[in-house]
Design a binder for this molecule. Sequence first.
Ligand SMILES: Cc1cc2nc3c(=O)[nH]c(=O)nc-3n(C[C@H](O)[C@H](O)[C@H](O)COP(=O)(O)O)c2cc1C
Length: 214
Amino acid sequence: MKKEFSSMPLTFKEQWPGELTVMFSWQDFLTAIPSPLFVATSYKRNGKENACLQSWATFIGDKGEFICILGWVSKKGHLYETLKNRRCCVLNFPSRDVYDKCAETIKNNGYEDDEITKSGLTVEKAITVDAPRIRECFLNIECEFLWEHDHFAGSNDVTVALRATHICMDTDRCDENKSGRYGTTGYMYNIHSPRNPETGEILPDCFGALEKYR
Ligand SMILES: Cc1cc2nc3c(=O)[nH]c(=O)nc-3n(C[C@H](O)[C@H](O)[C@H](O)COP(=O)(O)O)c2cc1C
């Protein structure tokens, strides 16, 4: 049996003021669609390293170009400012063993912080753009800024399109007979607090891996 949802289930309650009206949406938690986790890195105006843990993104090949669509870039964040200013960044994909350090960048988010180094990760120079890469991440996609678009008039956040200019990838991940890209050692997915519309039960945020059927 399927159920129709045109408005928020009455069982859904905000965990903090604005959770379902200012920051997120009830549909976000009803669907709880997983999306890949990665860290966007760039340099702030003062030359310090910036890191923004990201999800809600997708990746498309079009006419020989590889386009990265970041679905949620906060207009109030450093990433937005650095993209406007330097027009480039690197997308760094962690495996489970380095994820906790990547998540530390959220705490180490001061304007004066070198956010990558302060979180116990190593900066390496990008080849094609003026942005830092995270050495411990198994995949780094160097990108240049293409465009931004408001989600709707007055939205908090924008969608950003980037064009990949260079890719650096761990050779064992390129080989599906070795560690490969998937499973518990590969790409990580964000699972954003699924809720049960029947009971209102709230599961915590978690992350997961991709299992191949065949
Ligand atoms: C699992 C997870 C996913 C996140 N995804 C995004 C995202 O897609 N876009 C975003 O703007 N912030 C996202 N955030 C919040 C940012 O990572 C966080 O606010 C960050 O410190 C902002 O960095 P900035 O000031 O450099 O933009 C996420 C946080 C977590 C824990």
